[in-house]
Design a protein around this ligand. Structure first.
Ligand SMILES: Cc1cc2nc3c(=O)[nH]c(=O)nc-3n(C[C@H](O)[C@H](O)[C@H](O)COP(=O)(O)OP(=O)(O)OC[C@H]3O[C@@H](n4cnc5c(N)ncnc54)[C@H](O)[C@@H]3O)c2cc1C
Length: 394
């Protein structure tokens, strides 16, 4: 089948890889002129890790990834107030099947695994679609028109495919009240190699991680009830400055350097909750279908699991798209909902609403330095109670 995949982030190229492996003809269309760079580091385990392993990219992810020796909470003056060793806790619970890697590196590794075998169109997007039951006629913003057997929206949280096929975002989005900014700076000091240093106050958290090549990655999460500007980095940076005004630690110095950021990403921490991920010949995967939000720490891994499962289902059903869409939704819907429900309650860890929440958060963080407590509290969330379909053959 000819399958148009809209979006070359994490879910889209994963789906293209597995569709190629099962004899289909995927075309990727990506709005950006090239693969998008930037974003935070991704903790990668569970079903997503299994899919990456089946794609043969785990050695590369390990090589390009990081093994943090400490997660450290500091006070406004920079004094360490709590800490734990994330690698031993998480690797123990995930039995070594775990890697922390930059989002860009993950996306690039997946895309490279396709080996140039899928047609990829950069700098274009879907403008409109018409599903006549037998084919989907797509009009691109460039004016080109083409027909496909299936269209899959892998175009992220603000999916255009979802808008066109299922209706407006507000019908499916659940905003968790927290906005996320991730950006990197060259030559920032101090570095604290392989330590994730964070400072949390009421309403906001700032986290800093030293990357390779002299770069430093920052992730800020803050409570925000208003709109978040879309595709407008100066307006996003102005919002970040306003929301972090008055915060201690290194934050004023970090904000002063914002204009020099190499990459800058900002979005709402939102979930997408839909009763079904398909309509006719159009389906959704990844954030477009079921974003769990940054707070879940699982968006990329789930996106890969969804893409893999969809491709396997199309193979198993001999291309019966209705049966395949229903089967992949049935296999993953419970896992996704469990992750979403868990993440919805994690806001106080990233941006406590008040002083009581802040103190409780810091106390819990401190307890994680006790290995048994850490294993008990994090162990369950590090295992995905789902069985992936076997690697498709033939
Ligand atoms: C640059 C970037 C940085 C990110 N940083 C973070 C972060 O710091 N923290 C976090 O929690 N999540 C971040 N995310 C989201 C994270 O990548 C996803 O939650 C997760 O990987 C699921 O992947 P996905 O493929 O479903 O969506 P995404 O990775 O968001 O990929 C969607 C892709 O679709 C493209 N696209 C969007 N609209 C269209 C359109 N109309 N036509 C064609 N293409 C389109 C986008 O450019 C993007 O490449 C980031 C996403 C991007 C693109």
């Amino acid at each position: 089948m000819k399958v148009l995949i809209v979006g070359a982030g994490v879910a889209g190229p994963t789906l293209a890889y597995w569709l190629l492996r099962t004899g289909h003809e995927p075309t990727l269309v990506e709005r950006a002129p090239r693969l998008r760079e930037g974003g935070y580091v991704v903790d990668f385990w569970g079903a997503g890790f299994d899919v990456a392993e089946r794609m043969g990219i785990v050695p590369r992810l390990r090589e390009e990834g990081y093994r943090f020796r400490e997660a450290r909470e500091v006070s406004g003056s920079g004094r360490r107030i709590a800490h734990f060793d994330p690698v031993s806790v998480i690797e123990g619970a995930a039995a070594g099947r775990y890697v922390t890697v930059g989002r860009s590196e993950l996306a690039r590794a997946i895309y490279d695994a396709i080996g140039g075998e899928a047609e990829t169109i950069f700098g274009d997007a879907v403008d409109s679609m018409a599903d006549d039951g037998g084919r989907v006629r797509v009009r691109f913003t460039s004016g080109t028109e083409r027909e496909f057997d299936l269209v899959v929206g892998a175009d992220g949280l603000h999916s255009r495919v979802r808008d066109l096929a299922f209706g407006p975002e507000q019908d499916y989005e659940r905003y968790l009240g927290i906005t996320v900014a991730a950006f990197d700076l060259d030559g920032y000091r101090p570095r604290d190699e392989l330590v994730a240093v964070m400072h949390t106050e009421v309403g906001a958290q700032t986290l800093r991680i030293a990357l390779r090549d002299g770069a430093t990655l920052f992730c800020c999460t803050f409570r925000h009830d208003g709109d978040v500007p879309v595709d407008d980095v100066p307006a996003q940076q102005a919002l970040l400055r306003e929301r972090l005004r008055g915060i201690g630690w290194e934050v004023p110095g970090i904000l002063e350097q914002l204009l020099q950021a190499r990459t800058f990403y900002m979005d709402r921490a939102s979930q997408i909750r839909m009763p079904s991920w398909s309509r006719g010949r159009v389906a959704l995967v990844g954030d477009a279908a079921a974003a769990p939000s940054l707070l879940a720490g699982q968006g990329s891994a789930l996106a890969m699991a969804e893409a893999y499962t969809l491709a396997c289902a199309l193979h198993e059903t001999g291309g019966d798209h209705r049966a395949a869409f229903a089967a992949s939704h049935a296999r993953l819907a419970t896992l996704v909902r469990t992750k979403q429900d868990a993440a919805a309650g994690l806001g106080s860890a990233f941006a406590p609403r008040n002083r009581t929440q802040l103190l409780m958060r810091n106390a819990v963080f401190g307890l994680l330095s006790i290995p048994l407590v850490a294993r008990l509290s994090m162990g369950r969330s590090l295992r995905d109670p789902v069985e992936l379909p076997p690697v498709p053959t033939g």
